[in-house]
Design a protein around this ligand. Structure first.
Ligand SMILES: Nc1ncnc2c1ncn2[C@@H]1O[C@H](COP(=O)(O)OP(=O)(O)OP(=O)(O)O)[C@@H](O)[C@H]1O
Length: 259
């Protein structure tokens, strides 16, 4: 389990000290799908960066199975907002990029890349240059690449933000299938209330000024989808619609805060 304990983050800009996160406590349980939702600038990405080990907390700590995190590690894969794919390499080469850095022998590399391409439905596009594939496929390449080193935790910073509404829904369903099949713990940031409700087992609502956790709610819509219930039935479930209304009212009532 990853545990965020009393984390506080402040950045110095010139002579000013800007507190971005205040007193954050959060558990990422194994097998959970934690979704962080909150107004723009409330510190969601900073929180993900602290968990990833890219940003050191000013106070407090992050532990992984009781051991304090002091930097990035292979057990925590990160998928960032903008993909960082290499435009001069094809789909398979991009998926296998991290494995090359690990020095995997050629045959083992090919086998692993083939299985990742199959898992993400990209096998027939292995030799495609990146400019020939769609936004949703690019994001699947991005995901396949982060799964290559088999991380226990996947940290996803608005992975679906750049997609059109239709592709976005398909990718939400796809991510939930990946989550159950791979039995990973996921942490995902989003601005989209419907997406957050549909996917989260643990929904973390943040507030700004400075960033702090408002509430954490346990949900089961994502698990119901993973167990075979239709996405449409879930999104139309009165419990789902009611919660969405409640969250929209809550967020839009916060003057000046936009999500
Ligand atoms: N390295 C840094 N140095 C100084 N300030 C920073 C740094 N990183 C983030 N910030 C500031 O911290 C605040 C929170 O930023 P962050 O990106 O974590 O918010 P966010 O909730 O993810 O925002 P958004 O939803 O718009 O992506 C912002 O005011 C940002 O300018």
């Amino acid at each position: 389990m990853i545990r965020v304990e009393s984390v506080h983050v402040a950045f110095e800009t010139g002579s000013r000290r800007h507190t971005v996160l205040s007193d954050i406590d959060l558990d990422l349980r194994d097998g959970s799908f934690t979704v962080v939702l909150g107004p723009s600038g409330c510190g969601k990405t900073t929180l993900l960066n602290v968990i990833a080990g890219f940003v050191a907390p000013t106070a407090g700590k992050v532990t992984l199975d009781g051991v304090t995190v002091t930097g990035p590690g292979a057990e925590r894969g990160v998928v960032s907002q903008d993909d960082t794919l290499l435009p001069w390499q094809n789909v398979a080469q991009n998926v296998g990029f991290g494995l090359k850095l690990l020095g995997l022998p050629r045959d083992a590399w090919r086998d692993k890349v083939d299985s990742l391409l199959a898992l993400t439905g990209l096998s027939e596009y292995a030799s495609y240059p990146l400019w020939k594939i769609s936004g949703g496929m690019r994001q699947r390449v991005n995901l396949a690449r982060s799964l290559a080193v088999d991380p226990r935790y996947l940290l996803l910073d608005e992975p679906l933000g750049a997609l059109d509404a239709f592709t976005r829904q398909r990718m939400q369903e796809y991510l939930l299938q990946l989550w159950t099949r791979y039995d990973k713990a996921m942490l995902m940031i989003t601005h989209d209330i419907t997406e957050a409700l549909f996917m989260a087992t643990d929904l973390v609502l943040m507030r700004g000024g400075p960033g702090r956790i408002d509430t954490v709610r346990a949900l089961d819509f994502g698990r119901r989808f993973a167990a075979g219930e239709s996405a449409r039935a879930i999104r139309n479930d009165p419990a789902f619609v009611g919660l969405r209304d409640e969250l929209e009212t809550k967020f839009f009532a916060d003057e000046g805060e936009t999500i």
